[in-house]
Design a protein around this ligand. Structure first.
Ligand SMILES: NC(=O)c1ccc[n+]([C@@H]2O[C@H](COP(=O)([O-])OP(=O)(O)OC[C@H]3O[C@@H](n4cnc5c(N)ncnc54)[C@H](OP(=O)(O)O)[C@@H]3O)[C@@H](O)[C@H]2O)c1
Length: 326
């Protein structure tokens, strides 16, 4: 009897151990399946975001680029630094008459009122025009008031793109204020100006919205060869200021023998070659001008194309020569 009882106990223990092992295996399979599913979904979302956000390619037919915010922005515009009063008003009217639909201004340029007035007077439908303005670091301690001021001065209903003009104390909070105005649909897209790789590495993890645009100094003598692809790889559109080197430097650039030679190949001007070179690198241009002929000339950059060799020759002109401190 005792031998039989012992045998029963042993069989019971073996069956129990067997059942426990089965339970552990089943539990593990279910757990790892859930884990895989969660990870897969996250990965899919990341991939979806990547495909939506990372395409900064230019459409040369429509002359626009689609920003990561979903809005379209023209590839060429007019810059208004140092244009004020009637000169600014007339330049904007002239630009709109020449088909320019992108205007760059800033609180610091003291011309938002004239630009708004020119837009309202022009007869061009508001929705066809893309206006960029910027708030200055001195305004970062009260960004809501700065944004309200820009809206009031421009008086064109909404702002297409607002940038932080420079890095500075309170920039993250100022950016978050701009995000709120995007939610309220008073600003459509937001971005940064004068942010380079180091500044972006520090800034981006602190904010929700990937900037739609970064605007930095770019011209043949200062090409930002590393910064441009870095910014574009994040799905951010790159825009260049001082395309002709900025006032005081334009004559050197526009008479650069290499650029003039390329211009002669295509029967265009050196200014047009510089603008076209920017576009072919995926850089949006906002040349400044108050001369109606120059304004028109600066729009005629779609009927010719620089060859790969010419693009390389342009690249060889880089001197890392910055023409301003920021
Ligand atoms: N985010 C920033 O920190 C920052 C800084 C600087 C500038 N920006 C923006 O970038 C824009 C461009 O910079 P910018 O205007 O100072 O300098 P720029 O565009 O490099 O040069 C403007 C100068 O080029 C001349 N010009 C324009 N078109 C020409 C042409 N086709 N042929 C010959 N000369 C021509 C203009 O003279 P005419 O008037 O005689 O045509 C003017 O003197 C600014 O207006 C501003 O919107 C931003």
């Amino acid at each position: 009897m005792k031998v039989g009882e012992n045998m029963d106990k042993k069989i019971l223990i073996i069956i129990t151990i067997f059942l426990i092992i089965i339970l552990i295996i089943v539990g593990y399979v279910i757990f790892s399946k859930n884990l895989k599913q969660e990870f897969g979904e996250e990965q899919e979302m990341a991939m979806q975001n990547n495909t939506v956000n990372n395409d900064t390619s230019f459409d040369f037919e429509t002359k626009t680029v689609t920003l990561n915010s979903g809005y379209e922005m023209p590839l060429n515009g007019i810059g208004t630094y140092s244009l004020t009063g009637d000169e600014c008003y007339n330049s904007i009217i002239s630009a709109l008459n020449s088909g320019v639909r992108l205007i760059d201004t800033a609180y610091m340029y003291h011309n938002e009122e004239e630009i708004g007035r020119a837009i309202r007077d022009s007869g061009v439908p508001r929705e066809e025009i893309f206006v960029i303005t910027k708030i200055y670091p001195s305004q970062f301690d009260d960004p809501e008031s700065a944004i309200e001021l820009a809206l009031e001065k421009l008086d064109i209903g909404y702002i297409d793109m607002m940038l932080l003009h420079h890095p500075g104390d309170g920039d993250v909070e100022a950016y978050k204020a701009m995000e709120k105005y995007v939610e309220q649909r008073q600003i459509r897209s937001i971005g940064l100006s004068n942010w380079y790789i180091e500044e972006l590495e520090e800034f981006l993890p602190q904010v929700e919205t990937v900037p739609a645009l970064v605007q930095n100094e770019i011209h043949p003598y200062y090409q930002e060869l590393e910064v441009v692809p870095y910014i574009q790889s994040k799905g951010i559109v790159m825009q260049g200021w001082y395309p002709f080197g900025g006032r005081g430097h334009t004559s050197e650039l526009l008479n650069d023998e290499t650029i003039v030679e390329i211009a002669n190949n295509h029967n265009v001007t050196a200014a047009q070659v510089i603008l076209r070179w920017n576009l072919q690198r995926g850089v949006v241009v906002i040349p400044g001008s108050s001369n109606p002929d120059h304004i028109k000339e600066n729009t005629e950059i779609y009927h010719f194309e620089l060859t790969d060799e010419e693009m390389q020759t342009m690249e060889s002109l880089n001197r890392n020569e910055k023409h301003d401190w920021y």
